[in-house]
Design a binder for this molecule. Structure first.
Ligand SMILES: [Zn+2]
Length: 122
């Protein structure tokens, strides 16, 4: 038979085309594949340095978003206090918001770069 992807001659019992690694469509229809096509090998070779488990990402993103909103709330309360001539309370809120913003920025940098550094050396 001929490969449906590149047209090369291939054995119909082979799972993949020996030239372009396209899956054999005749074998794909058999139930042991469960409709899933394994990605071609170059995908793993190119992505191994950049690939992170997506399941680990969402909780961290949620934490970062929440901690990014909290300094904003402090900033808003601080501005409201300053507008009401409550200068001491307003300044305290603004300083707290600034400190927390800085801490959040540091956390975001750590969460962003530490996995990248680990991925680069492993
Ligand atoms: Zn082929």
């Amino acid at each position: 038979m001929y490969c449906s992807n590149c047209g090369s001659m291939m054995d119909e019992r082979q799972q993949f085309c020996p030239f372009c690694k396209a899956p054999n469509p005749a074998l794909l229809q058999k139930p042991q594949f469960h409709g899933q096509v394994p990605p071609p090998p170059y995908f793993y070779n190119n992505m191994s340095h950049y690939y992170f488990d997506p399941a680990n990402q969402p909780p961290e993103i949620a934490l970062v978003v929440i901690s990014a909103i909290i300094p904003l709330v402090g900033l808003i309360i601080g501005c409201i206090c300053l507008c009401n001539n409550e200068k001491r309370a307003g300044r305290a809120y603004l300083i707290a918001a600034g400190v927390r913003f800085f801490v959040t920025l540091l956390l975001v940098l750590v969460f962003t770069f530490v996995p990248l550094i680990f991925a680069a050396f492993m």
